[in-house]
Ligand binder design. Structure first.
Ligand code: CMP
Length: 131
């Protein structure tokens, strides 16, 4: 997901370009806004964490881009491309280093495993929306 901060700041196009230039194939893409219920479901594994409420508030604050991306070694390579969760710790040139302001407003989300990528892809896209 390209998160509400990056969309509101006009960075979505540049971020998508960086992703494509890094060799990821866009299999599915959607511009949408999460309801509180949907954001809570998406981040369900964080429900007990102290930042959950703020995470849901932020993720519902504006529209996002959701995407399914494909590449060899996609999980690891995408995490390298986007940088650390906390933009203060993200390496120079990574998407979060370039475009993110805080740990909540951190511009982009990437799946942390193939298993979660499948779950998160199915959360946003039906079979007829993938190419
Ligand atoms: P994301 O990769 O979307 O997964 C969960 C999100 O919770 C994370 O990025 C951050 O934006 C947000 N978050 C806020 N506080 C924390 C924290 N202390 N540790 C991890 N994630 C956090």
């Amino acid at each position: 997901m390209i998160k509400p901060d990056a969309v509101a700041n006009g960075h979505a196009g540049k971020i998508l370009d960086q992703i494509i230039q890094a060799g990821f194939k866009v299999v599915a893409l959607k511009y949408t806004r999460l309801s509180e219920e949907r954001a809570g479901d998406f981040y369900g594994i964080h429900r007990e964490r102290p930042f959950f409420g703020e995470l849901v508030r932020f993720m519902t604050s504006g529209p996002i881009y959701a995407a399914i991306l494909e590449k060899d070694n996609a999980i690891e390579d995408f995490r390298k491309l986007i940088g650390a969760t906390d933009p203060q710790k993200a390496e120079a040139g990574t998407i979060r280093n370039l475009f993110a302001k805080s740990i909540d407003a951190n511009a982009i989300h990437g799946s942390d495993s193939n298993e979660n990528a499948e779950i998160e892809g199915n959360f946003f896209f039906g079979a007829d929306q993938r190419f």
